[in-house]
Design a protein around this ligand. Structure first.
Ligand code: HEC
Ligand code: HEC
Length: 241
């Protein structure tokens, strides 16, 4: 499906829906409605989903508060021209990959749906540059052990990259969903589940591949750009692995 089709739907459809959603005096604009959807896990109809787009993507030029997300900031995303390191050449396909893989969307958002229309308007509103460079996305194919770094740095990495979903280490306090395992305690039964494999390697596999390469689940994968081996090594030191 081409980007052009996605943009071609009349505004009136969207505005009708937007006004049906608003409870009050003034219906939200398309951009406002898209922004709401962006921050709302209920965009996905799955009761098992607790992620919104904003769980994994910043919308400012650089992520605020030192956050280290698996996904890039979507500031200027519309102007990039290709996405997912060039694997996607249609913006809606790039969005739908996340929607189906991570948010448990049952089927892709159709190009003519009010949701995709509004998301597009919102993403356009945070894309002042009409052409901006496409960003690299390097997947670590074969995972290897990484040198351990400073546990102090690892603590900061954990807080910036993992804590929002997994909560505090050892207790999971504050985690986004009970489906997110408690770290590092989850490794306790790894000798039975993954006999003969160092615990750290199972963690590296999960972080580098998320649910892909047959790993399963719905956690996102961290590319080299999202998380360096150095920071991963620091994280493992912090987790005592
Ligand atoms: C669980 C985490 C997660 C969620 C939730 C998520 N994404 Fe993503 N998204 C990623 C990752 C990881 C990538 C690959 C790295 C990248 O390209 O940003 C990605 C890539 C993208 C890209 C391509 C960016 C580029 O320049 O390559 C777009 C566009 C995008 N996501 C939009 C969305 C939208 C819109 C939503 C909500 C409907 C969403 N994502 C939900 C993790 C997520
Ligand atoms: C967007 C939310 C999110 C982020 C961010 C996230 N995780 Fe996860 N993680 C999950 C969820 C949900 C699960 C359980 C489902 C699954 O396995 O995909 C999980 C599972 C895991 C597992 C598998 C545990 C098991 O059952 O064996 C490991 C290991 C893990 N995460 C480590 C990490 C580390 C380390 C980070 C930070 C670099 C991180 N995660 C960041 C959501 C997240």
């Amino acid at each position: 499906m081409s980007g052009a089709t996605w943009k071609a739907l009349p505004w009136v459809v969207l505005l009708t829906l937007a006004s049906a959603c608003g409870d009050d005096e003034k219906a939200p604009t398309a951009v406002e409605y898209g922004k709401l959807l962006f921050h709302d896990a209920r965009l996905s109809e799955s009761q098992f989903n607790s992620f919104s787009c904003s769980t994994c993507h910043a919308t400012t030029p650089t992520p605020q508060g030192g956050r280290m997300n698996s996904g890039y900031t979507l500031y200027n995303v519309v102007g990039r021209g290709s996405w997912w390191g060039g694997y996607e050449t249609n913006l809606l396909d790039a969005v739908n990959f996340c929607y189906v893989s991570f948010m448990r969307g049952v089927q892709k958002l159709p190009a003519d749906s009010p949701q995709s229309r509004a998301l597009y308007e919102y993403l356009s509103s945070i894309s002042p540059d009409t052409t901006s460079p496409a960003l690299p996305y390097t997947v670590v194919k074969d995972v290897r052990d990484v040198p351990r770094g400073s546990a102090e740095r690892g603590r900061a990495v954990y807080q910036a990259a993992c804590q929002e979903c997994h909560g505090e280490t050892h207790t999971g306090k504050g985690r986004l969903t009970e489906l997110a395992s408690i770290l590092p305690e989850v490794t306790r039964n790894y000798d039975e589940t993954f006999p003969g494999i160092p615990h750290s390697l199972v963690i590296i596999e999960k972080v580098r591949h998320g649910q892909f390469f047959g790993v399963g689940g719905n956690m996102p994968a961290y590319s080299v750009e999202a998380l360096s081996d150095e920071d991963l090594g620091a994280l493992l030191a912090y987790l005592g692995l």
